[in-house]
Design a protein around this ligand. Structure first.
Ligand SMILES: Cc1cc2nc3c(=O)[nH]c(=O)nc-3n(C[C@H](O)[C@H](O)[C@H](O)COP(=O)(O)OP(=O)(O)OC[C@H]3O[C@@H](n4cnc5c(N)ncnc54)[C@H](O)[C@@H]3O)c2cc1C
Length: 433
């Protein structure tokens, strides 16, 4: 047994960890349990979607082989434990990149499919699952299933965004996109209120592929932030500065993220970006994955860890609900170190439980202060529920079942595809088993 935690580090329950390495042996390996089990990628999910306390975790890091790449069509076949970072570093010199990646590239293909992750370009490219052409799923009864958008499409829709509960993804075929190089034309635009944010978002949809905003939750009396946008560029930037990997070397006894540290940090961040306004060429790695060079940054929150809270509410409720949530946070005297606001486009969701829907999505981090934090999150839940929104399971460790059921109307249909030998902390909490 080994203690394993997810990115939020709220706890570190014991697991029986079994490393998967050989796709050929997988059906037999899964069939022999012990049950219930759950696939585990890089543990970059924040809550309990990737944990299976006191039970088995099938670690996929060893399923890390590239199988085929056609550099005329951009079709890549790889095993599910391959990291998105390694795909991009391999294919970029040949003119191809992943069309959709989350805010860290240190995640596996299997994890990206199971949470149907999104990036900063949802309005143009949708979610990760939209670019999966085929996947191989092994069930715990030893059966193997091939599915895709045009083959066993119901299994595909259950597995993309299926939170690892339909089987273990062994291999996937991904359609990459052509790019001129690693550079983006980017622009940072400070804004002074939420109306300005939504106006910038509307105006950027047509000409900018990537949009995202950082919000200063600690500014007194009003909401300000920095709207960042980017689009692929064929221009040659300066040679990419050599990035030094830093590591948060230890877990401090208390959270370093608190009201005292947040206010000056936010102030400084805002001022730096105000000064940097204007267009520039930026390498894709610092633009898309700003925290990937600070290893173990999640330790900053101290031994009790932190909650991440990501909601999406429909477009018509975007402004009012975002205002209401930020007011609630401010009333509670809390702030978030990473407060990210962006908009999702109108795209049909690919998975039965895919998170994105057209509207505004707000992601916040809160140090775990026990009941006080949980009470604030419950008040945010009420705002999301009233706006007919939903929370992102990849970030969740505590949402009530009612909110999950209300936010995901295809849940009853999804349940038919569950693998009875698989369960997670999240599934036991929200689905009863
Ligand atoms: C700094 C940071 C930024 C992030 N930004 C974003 C963002 O912008 N957008 C976004 O959508 N997400 C974002 N995330 C969340 C992250 O992208 C997802 O949680 C992702 O799914 C993690 O992948 P993983 O490989 O670590 O999988 P894990 O966290 O280990 O597992 C995630 C889920 O996938 C399942 N799974 C893993 N491998 C397999 C497999 N082979 N077969 C079946 N199921 C499997 C697990 O059972 C679990 O349910 C961010 C996370 C961090 C830490």
């Amino acid at each position: 047994m080994r203690q394993v935690s997810s990115w939020g580090r709220l706890d570190a329950p014991a697991h029986r960890v079994i490393r998967l390495t050989d796709p050929e042996r997988l059906p037999e390996q899964l069939r022999s349990g012990p049950f219930p089990g759950l696939a585990y990628g890089m543990g970059r999910s924040y809550g309990d979607v990737c944990l299976n306390p006191d039970n088995t975790l099938w670690e996929t890091a060893g399923l890390d082989h590239f199988v085929a790449f056609d550099d005329r069509s951009g079709l890549l076949v790889c095993e599910a434990g391959v990291l998105l970072r390694d795909i991009q570093r391999l294919t970029l010199p040949r003119g191809w990149m992943l069309p959709v990646t989350p805010g860290t590239q240190l995640v596996t293909v299997g994890g990206a499919i199971a949470n149907d992750v999104h990036g900063k370009n949802h309005h143009l490219q949708g979610t990760f699952g939209e670019h999966v052409r085929r996947l191989t799923l092994v069930r715990t009864d030893g059966t193997t299933l091939e599915c895709g958008p045009d083959q066993q499409a119901d299994w595909f829709a259950a597995t993309v965004g299926g939170l690892g509960l339909t089987g273990v993804i062994v291999r996937a075929e991904l359609q990459l996109r052509r790019v001129a190089g690693p550079w983006l034309e980017t622009e940072a635009l400070p804004f002074e209120n939420l109306e300005a944010f939504f106006s910038l978002a509307d105006h950027s949809v047509a000409g900018w592929e990537h949009t995202v905003s950082w919000i200063d939750c600690m500014a007194s009396g009003h909401t300000r932030g920095v709207f960042m946008r980017g689009r692929p560029s064929a221009a040659e930037g300066r040679r990419r500065p050599r990035t030094r990997m830093l590591r948060m070397p230890f877990v401090p006894p208390v959270s370093l993220v608190n009201a005292l540290s947040l206010r000056p940090f936010n102030q400084l961040y805002y001022l730096l970006n105000t000064r940097r306004r204007g267009r520039t060429l930026t390498h894709y790695e610092p633009f898309f994955y700003p925290l990937d060079n600070l290893l173990d940054w999640n330790r900053m929150y101290g031994p009790r860890g932190f909650y991440q809270y990501q909601s999406v509410v429909p477009q018509d409720a975007g402004l009012d609900s975002t205002k209401a949530m930020l007011a609630e946070i401010s009333r509670a005297g809390e702030g978030s170190f990473l407060a990210v606001l962006k908009t999702f486009g109108e795209r049909a969701p690919i998975g039965m439980l895919s998170f994105p829907q057209a509207g505004a999505t707000l992601a916040l981090d809160f140090p775990n202060r026990g009941e006080r934090t949980l009470a604030l999150l419950a008040r945010l839940d009420a705002i999301v529920l009233e706006a007919r929104g939903r929370l992102y399971a990849a970030k969740d460790a505590r949402m009530p079942r009612t909110l999950f059921e209300a936010g995901y109307p295809r849940l009853p249909e999804f349940l038919h595809y569950r693998d009875p030998g698989i369960s997670s902390g999240l599934s036991r909490r929200l689905l009863g088993h």
